[in-house]
Design a binder for this molecule. Structure first.
Ligand code: GDP
Ligand code: MN
Length: 393
C-alpha cells in the first residue's frame, strides 16, 4: 500500500484531466511568503498540511486564509507540529475556491466482491464517515469495462448538477476509472469534489497505489522516500523489512504469521521493533541475507518464528546457521520452528546451539524476558531453556 500525500494525488488527478486548483508545496513560512508575495498562489488561499492521515480539516490542519500574513502565520503554525503521529514537513498552498456544494467520489477495490467499487455521495466533505447508508451510492464495476454510461448517469442523477457541471462530472468519472486502472490504484478518492459556480473542482485527493505494482511505476518508486535506510536496502533486495522502533527483532514467514507474532509479543508486554517477513522463500541465500539485515538493525533479541509449508524448516534452519557464521550477532536468539521438515530443522538448530520452542506463547515470554533483561543473555551460542522439540502448541 503506497498512500500518497494530497499534492501527489492531485498531480495524478491533473495528469488524467481532473480539474484541480493551482497549488504549491512549501516547507517553511519564509518560502510560503515568497510564493504568496510573488502572486504564484494569490490570496485568499488555503493552507493545508501534507500529512498522510485524513481529517485535517476538523483538526485545524486545513486553514482558509484571506491575507498573505494570515497564510504565512498558518504555515508557521503547522510546520513541525504533529498530526496523528506524523510531523508536518510540507504544506500545500492552494487557491481558495468558493464552494457551492461538496460532493464525494471514489473508486476502491472491494475485496469481498472482488470488484472495483464506485462510491458517490451528493453530501461530501468532512462528515463523510457519518453519512447515512442511503446517501451513499455504491456501484460495483466490471473490472474489464470500468464505468459504463448508465453507471455514470446514475451518479449524475444522484448529484443533480447544473448542465456544465454534469459535463465535468462525466469526464471526471472517466478520469477516475482511468487512474484506478492505469496507475494500479487501490483507492482514488476525491472529497470534496466541489461545485464552484457551475463547474466542478477537486479540492482534495487521496490516492493509494498497489505496492505489488510499483515496478511498473518507476517514478513513484524513486520518490517513495519514506523508508528508513535499512528498509530501503531491504526493499532493493526484495525483502519485506519494517522498522517500528522497539527492541525485538522478528523473523517470520508470511504476513499473517508475522503479524500474529507481533501481536503475541505485545500481549506478553514486549516491544517488537523490526520485523522481517521471509515470505514463501525456500532459498538459504535469501535467509542469510535477511538475517544479515536483521544483524545490521541490532535489536536486543531476535525471535525466529517459522511455519514450514512451502518454506521447509530445515532449509530455513540451514540458512540461519550459515548466517550466524557470517554475522556473529551480539544478541540472543529464540526460535520456534514448526511444520514441514520440523524435526530436521530443529536438529540443525540444536547442533548450532539454538534450542527451539514449540509453544508460541512460551517462546514469546522468553523473548520478552530477554528484551527486558529478566533472563540471562547467552548469546547465539547458548540454547534458550527450555528447548522442547515437537509437542502440541
Ligand atoms: P481533510 O479534512 O483532511 O479531508 O481535508 P480537505 O482537503 O478535504 O479539507 C477539509 C475541508 O476544508 C473541506 O471539506 C472544505 O470544507 C474545506 N476546504 C478545503 N479547501 C477549500 C477551499 O478551497 N475553499 C473553501 N471554502 N473550503 C475549503
Ligand atoms: Mn478531504
Amino acid at each position: 500500500m503506497v498512500l500518497l500525500r494530497e499534492y501527489r494525488g492531485k498531480e495524478i488527478l491533473r495528469k488524467f484531466g481532473v480539474p484541480v486548483p493551482p497549488g504549491k508545496v512549501v516547507r517553511d513560512a519564509k518560502e510560503a511568503e515568497a510564493v504568496l508575495r510573488s502572486g504564484e498562489i494569490p490570496v485568499p488561499c488555503v493552507v493545508k498540511a501534507q500529512v498522510l492521515a485524513g481529517g485535517r480539516g476538523k483538526a485545524g490542519f486545513v486553514k482558509l486564509t484571506n491575507t498573505v500574513e494570515e497564510a504565512v502565520a498558518a504555515v508557521h503554525g503547522m510546520v513541525g507540529k504533529e498530526f496523528k503521529g506524523e510531523k508536518v514537513r510540507e504544506v500545500l498552498l492552494t487557491t481558495k475556491a468558493d464552494i457551492g456544494r461538496e460532493l464525494y467520489l471514489s473508486i476502491t477495490l472491494d475485496r469481498s466482491s472482488r470488484k472495483p467499487l464506485l462510491m458517490a455521495s451528493p453530501e461530501g466533505g468532512v462528515e463523510i464517515e457519518s453519512l447515512p447508508a442511503e446517501k451513499l451510492l455504491r456501484l460495483p464495476l466490471h473490472p474489464l469495462t470500468g464505468l459504463v454510461s448508465y453507471e455514470k448517469r446514475a451518479v449524475t442523477r444522484a448529484f443533480a448538477l447544473p448542465p456544465a457541471a454534469a459535463k465535468d462530472l462525466d469526464r471526471i468519472l472517466d478520469s477516475l476509472w482511468a487512474i484506478f486502472e492505469k496507475e494500479d490504484a487501490e483507492l482514488v478518492e476525491i472529497n470534496p469534489l466541489a461545485l464552484v459556480g457551475d463547474r466542478l473542482l477537486a479540492l482534495d485527493a487521496k490516492v493509494i497505489l498497489e505496492d505489488d505494482a510499483m515496478f511498473r511505476h518507476a517514478d513513484f518508486q524513486k520518490e517513495h522516500g519514506e523508508l528508513s535506510p535499512l528498509e530501503q536496502k531491504a526493499h532493493d533486495k526484495g525483502i519485506a523489512f519494517v522498522e517500528i522502533g522497539g527492541d525485538i527483532g522478528v523473523l517470520a514467514n508470511g504476513a499473517g504469521l508475522t503479524m500474529a507474532t507481533l501481536d503475541v509479543l505485545y500481549q506478553e508486554g514486549g516491544r517488537p521493533g523490526i520485523f522481517l517477513d521471509l515470505g514463501g522463500t525456500d532459498d538459504p541465500k535469501k535467509v542469510v541475507e535477511a538475517f544479515l539485515m536483521m544483524t545490521e538493525a541490532n535489536p536486543k533479541v531476535v525471535f525466529i518464528n517459522i511455519f514450514g509449508g512451502v518454506t521447509r524448516c530445515d532449509t530455513v534452519a540451514s540458512g540461519l546457521v550459515e548466517a550466524l557464521k557470517q554475522a556473529k550477532p551480539g544478541f540472543p536468539l529464540v526460535a520456534r520452528i514448526r511444520g514441514n521438515n520440523e524435526k530436521e530443522g530443529i536438529q540443525i538448530l540444536r547442533a548450532a546451539g539454538i534450542g527451539s520452542y514449540s509453544d508460541l506463547a512460551e517462546a514469546a515470554r522468553h523473548v520478552v524476558a530477554l528484551e527486558q533483561g529478566r533472563a540471562s543473555k547467552g548469546g547465539a551460542a547458548s540454547p534458550p531453556a527450555p528447548a522442547i522439540a515437537g509437542g502440541a502448541s
